[in-house]
Design a protein around this ligand. Structure first.
Ligand code: ATP
Ligand code: MG
Length: 231
């Protein structure tokens, strides 16, 4: 589905991503784990077109999408649920969801129903201002808004950040369900344990380089991963 070749990203003189190569097979859940500052968010932001790579290529189903605008990338089926959720606090839940579909002109009713079936809580609260939702509800809304673009692949940047364990479990159940319904997932997590448990394929990113890869299970049982990330 997605192929990243020798991706490099610089901020000024600083190399944040130093030539990484990895794949996200169709219908899989793939996770990137790594410490703070490893380059995880930068990788997702460059796939989404929000930062321009210094070099390297990004292919979606064989199609070169490197350097396209964020809008073009969304319309090709790649969406990002950003770190920190970023819902529009003064708009209602429903208005936030409609913004997720802004590039489409067709009927939204089916997709709204899809999102409301996944997140009944959002349906109950569709007229509530997004800024007054709980953290977990805002995360649901950020995911719901991303789904409204009808993505082939959904990238998620630390969806569990700052949420209570029971809410985190709910979010991971939903990720699995969305994947089961055919959406490919590229997930970034500090919560390496949960991420490796649901991932088909996993990569470890250290200071801008991929240092390990394998199935989620393999990395869960890897001694170095256990020591550095599983506490
Ligand atoms: N806009 C920016 N300008 C300059 N440097 C940046 C910018 N964004 C990120 N960086 C730097 O790039 C490196 C990688 O950052 P990135 O946000 O990709 O890491 P991360 O793996 O997502 O970390 P975290 O787990 O803390 O979110 C860091 O050294 C960071 O300081
Ligand atoms: Mg980050």
């Amino acid at each position: 589905m997605l192929r990243i070749d020798e991706l490099r990203v610089n901020y000024g003189g600083i190399e944040a991503v130093k030539g990484i190569t990895f794949q996200v097979p169709e219908r899989e859940i793939v996770t990137l784990i790594g410490a703070n500052g490893a380059g995880k968010s930068t990788t997702l932001r460059s796939i989404a077109g929000l930062v321009k790579p210094a070099s390297g290529r990004i292919h979606l189903q064989g199609d070169d999408i490197t350097g396209l605008s964020p809008d073009r990338i969304v319309s090709k089926g790649v969406t990002l649920v950003p770190e920190g959720r970023r819902v529009f606090p003064d708009l209602t839940v429903l208005e936030n969801l409609k913004i997720g579909a802004y590039l489409r002109k067709d009927d939204l009713e089916d997709d709204l129903k899809w999102v409301y079936d996944l997140f009944p809580r959002l349906k109950e609260r569709s007229w509530q201002a997004a800024g007054t939702l709980s953290g977990g509800e805002q995360q649901m809304l950020a995911v719901g808004r991303a789904l409204m673009s009808r993505p082939k692949i959904m990238m998620m940047d630390e969806p569990s950040l700052g949420l209570a364990p029971i809410v985190v479990r709910g979010i991971f159940d939903i990720i699995r369900e969305i994947n089961r319904q055919g959406v490919t997932i590229l997930l970034i997590e500090q919560n390496a344990n949960m991420a490796l448990n649901i991932a088909d394929t996993a990569y470890v990113l250290e200071t801008g380089r991929i240092t390990l890869s394998g199935t989620g299970k393999e990395l869960l049982n890897n001694a170095a991963v256990k020591k550095a990330y599983l506490g």
